[in-house]
Design a binder for this molecule. Structure first.
Ligand code: ES4
Ligand code: ZN
Length: 328
């Protein structure tokens, strides 16, 4: 309880949270009603009971199905504002949030509605709640390279509302190099680049090598398998890379606690990491404080280490330097 209070009081930043993964069942029902859509669930409890998955593809099927209710600019506003309000209540001062535009473009929702709604929510949350945030456009890596390029081209007119591009969804047979041209174009526009290198995926060490060495990404999302490669650990340290680790995801999506304590392993290896919530609405509605409380217990994190993780986060953000200095 003491530790929980310490964690709640820490000033925090979050960098690995999928906005569509913060879509709570209650809001899904509200948006479905507003948009005249039928949901195949009697109530919130039945919907939540359907959130049963055993691997990344079975998780993603539920996640993509859930986001179908997002249709209008107001829907994206409500989604982002709810996350940012929750963040503010947990003493998160700053967040960089992922979104998956390809999925929304597929349904005919224009990029202007998606980014416009999220941007208005960011502005209101900054003004009313004092929580700052930025936005990372993620490529859905199991869709085609052309589809990802179309999303990037649709996003670049809103370049000022974006801070980076990322890479998410099903990693199997979708290596980082599939997006080399997209990353180059994003970089040329002044955006940062990050990529999911998810735990225990096929060819994961090759994916890490591609991301770190070949494509020179600016952060790695997850990346715990780096502990298996001293060379890659050295390369990550040489580049001062930060890893955004999500212990809940890596635990629940596999249906079992991973045998290796990645958080402890990465700290002890001298790597730079932050702790994040990933898809809280699909993971028992556990937001960052809840994730940190569990990680503290599982990995025997000291108060000093918790402060270090928080400091790592403020150091790893793509915010303006004046604001960073004010947070540190
Ligand atoms: C995701 Cl690869 C992955 N992991 C967690 N959440 C996600 N949302 C979209 N892709
Ligand atoms: Zn993720």
């Amino acid at each position: 309880a003491d530790m929980a209070r310490f964690i709640a009081a820490l000033p925090k930043a979050e960098y690995h949270v999928h906005l569509e993964g913060t879509l709570e069942a209650e809001m899904k029902f509200a948006l479905a009603k507003r948009n005249g859509l039928d949901l195949p669930f009697a109530d919130v409890a039945a919907m939540k009971a359907s959130y049963r998955y055993h691997d990344l593809p079975s998780f993603l099927a539920i996640y993509y199905d859930g986001m179908q209710v997002l249709r209008t600019q107001q829907d994206f506003y409500d989604l982002a504002y709810a996350y940012l309000a929750r963040a503010a209540s947990q003493n998160i001062l700053y967040a960089e949030m992922f979104f998956d535009p390809q999925e929304h473009l597929k349904r005919g929702v224009p990029m202007a509605a998606v980014i416009g709604g999220i941007t208005r929510a960011r502005q209101d949350a900054a003004a009313k709640l004092g929580v700052r945030s930025q936005l990372i456009l993620c490529f859905v890596r199991d869709l085609t390279a052309q589809s990802a390029m179309a999303a990037l081209d649709a996003g670049l007119p809103f370049r000022d509302q974006l801070v980076a591009v990322g890479l998410d969804s099903d990693e199997k047979d979708n290596p980082p190099t599939k997006f080399a041209a997209h990353f180059a174009k994003a970089r040329a526009a002044g955006l940062k680049v990050t990529a999911h290198c998810d735990l225990n995926q096929k060819d994961i060490l090759d994916h890490l090598r591609q991301a770190i060495v070949e494509l020179q990404v600016d952060r790695i999302d997850h990346g715990g398998n780096i502990l298996e490669s001293p060379e890659l650990i050295a390369a990550a340290k040489a580049r001062n890379l930060t890893f955004t680790v999500c212990p809940t995801f890596s635990g629940t999506v596999r249906g079992e606690a991973p045998p290796v304590d990645v958080v402890r392993g990465m700290i002890d290896a001298g790597l730079t990491l932050t702790i994040n919530s990933d898809d809280p609405a699909y993971m028992g509605s556990e937001y960052l404080n809840d994730v940190l409380v569990k990680a503290q217990a599982r990995s025997a994190l000291t108060r000093k280490e918790l402060v270090m993780l928080s400091r790592n986060a403020f150091n790893a953000g793509w915010m303006d330097e004046g604001y960073r200095a004010a947070c540190l």
